[in-house]
Design a binder for this molecule. Structure first.
Ligand code: FES
Length: 106
């Protein structure tokens, strides 16, 4: 299991655990973390799983693929740290990852 901390726009923290190989989006949905609607179920086709990668984690998480970048254009308030959480696959190297959820999706 690997740990992820989701922090809502209002500062509320959610510490969750997920099996390696699952996506950060799945971790959020399974644990009822508010702010991630994931309407397409992880197909990189909706941008409603938008998150901001926490400070210090961007290098480890890596850059979005071209397809993800294209879909991020549909997200609100996109920043340099923006990613789609269904495209972040959890590995041991990402244990302890911090993700911030945006105030609005879509
Ligand atoms: Fe739809 Fe991530 S769940 S793009």
């Amino acid at each position: 299991m690997v740990a992820i901390t989701f922090i809502e726009f209002n500062g509320t923290r959610h510490d969750v655990e997920v099996a390696e190989g699952a996506t950060a989006m799945e971790a959020a949905v399974r644990n009822g973390v508010p702010g991630i609607t994931a309407e397409c179920g992880g197909a990189c086709a909706c941008a409603t799983c938008h998150v901001y990668v926490g400070e210090g984690w961007q290098d480890k998480v890596g850059e979005p693929s071209e397809m993800e970048e294209g879909m991020l254009d549909f997200a609100t308030d996109v920043r340099p740290s923006s990613r789609l959480s269904c495209q972040i696959r959890m590995t041991e190297a990402l244990n302890g990852l911090v993700l911030h959820t945006p105030e609005f999706q879509g």
